[in-house]
Design a protein around this ligand. Structure first.
Ligand SMILES: Cc1cc2nc3c(=O)[nH]c(=O)nc-3n(C[C@H](O)[C@H](O)[C@H](O)COP(=O)(O)O)c2cc1C
Length: 305
């Protein structure tokens, strides 16, 4: 079988795991294509895929998340396994560690047949922050080649008869849901500005609006990202910020006030926009690293094994 092994790795530890997986599958007679996630152009001719990611703050690197997002439909048509690396201790050897929420959602979206967490690796001389402080505490190579080979070997046995797993389409992922949240945030901001300018001086109204806008979007973001399967924080923050700008220009400036003077106002337009972007991206980023779901009844039944 023609099998893709791809990975997202910042410091090479996950790539090392992927190479052991690839070598094991090749020894078992499979035709293995090995590529870092950003170098995979398409999945033409690929019949099964192994996708690995390094865990940083319970998230995979953006290149491998993008790979999965771009190829969801094709991945759903083939058997897929995911793997993560990894804890900087021997916990992955002692017990099976479930994927963090963000990786579990990716697994469910593509209908992955399974996920495995392997130990990680961090060099003692890691330079950048915050890796340096992690390295001071827990540097080491906790990858176990025998464990990785055993897992890959068992998958090689399954491959000839393996079917794609059951994928989950989350309603929370719908574009219309994201657009509705963005539009609600804009309506709250525009309504607040309308009321404030009736009651207060323009300067005070602008200051209060600049405070209120990010607070509205904080609430909107908590509601949006609180649902399993919501879109990624960064694209969502960009979409909502552009929506607010477009609605302000088309409705407020063009249709209502008949003047584009607001475009020259830093405190009235650009500062709230920047705060909306930051609050949305930060809230989404933070919420996607939190454990989820809280109760087993919230977990969809067709999850990846
Ligand atoms: C800043 C930082 C954050 C990390 N966060 C996590 C984490 O959330 N979960 C985890 O299991 N390991 C975590 N690790 C350990 C890495 O996942 C581990 O070092 C991994 O092997 C790195 O893979 P790479 O070399 O392919 O980049 C973290 C390491 C660093 C330096």
């Amino acid at each position: 079988m023609r099998v893709l092994v791809t990975w997202g790795s910042k410091r090479g530890g996950t790539e090392g795991i992927a190479r052991i997986v690839g070598a094991t599958l090749a020894e078992r007679g499979h035709d293995v294509v090995m590529k870092s996630a950003e170098h995979v152009r398409d999945l033409d001719g690929i019949e099964a895929a192994f996708v690995g990611g390094a865990l940083y703050g319970n998230r995979w690197p953006s290149n491998v998340r993008r790979f999965v997002r771009r190829n969801v439909q094709r991945l759903r048509e083939m058997p897929v396994w995911l793997f993560s690396s990894g804890p900087l201790d021997d916990s992955a050897e002692r017990e099976e560690i479930p994927p963090p929420n963000m990786v579990a959602v990716l697994a469910e979206r593509v209908g992955a047949r399974g996920h495995m967490t392997f130990g990680g690796k961090l060099d003692p001389d890691a330079k950048d922050f915050p890796a340096r402080s992690f390295a001071a505490e827990s540097a080491g190579d906790f990858r176990n080649p025998a464990h990785i080979r055993r897992w890959a070997s068992a998958r090689a046995d399954e491959l000839p008869t393996a079917q794609p797993g059951k994928a989950i389409n989350y309603p929370a992922h719908a574009l219309t849901r994201s657009l509705l949240h963005g539009a609600t945030g804009w309506a709250l901001c525009a309504g607040t500005m309308t009321v404030l300018t009736q009651l207060l001086s323009p300067g005070t109204a602008i200051v209060l609006h600049a405070i209120a806008a990010p607070l509205f979007f904080l609430g909107i973001a908590v509601h949006y990202f609180g649902a399993r399967g919501a879109r990624d924080p960064l694209p969502t923050a960009i979409l909502w910020t552009l929506m607010v700008l477009a609605l302000d220009v088309v409705i407020v400036a063009s249709a209502v006030s008949g003047s584009f003077a607001m475009l020259a106002s830093v405190a009235g337009l650009w500062l709230p926009l920047a705060l909306i972007f930051l609050v949305t991206a930060a809230t989404g980023g933070l919420m996607s690293t939190l454990p989820w779901p809280k109760t087993s009844s919230e977990r969809p039944s067709a999850t990846a094994r």
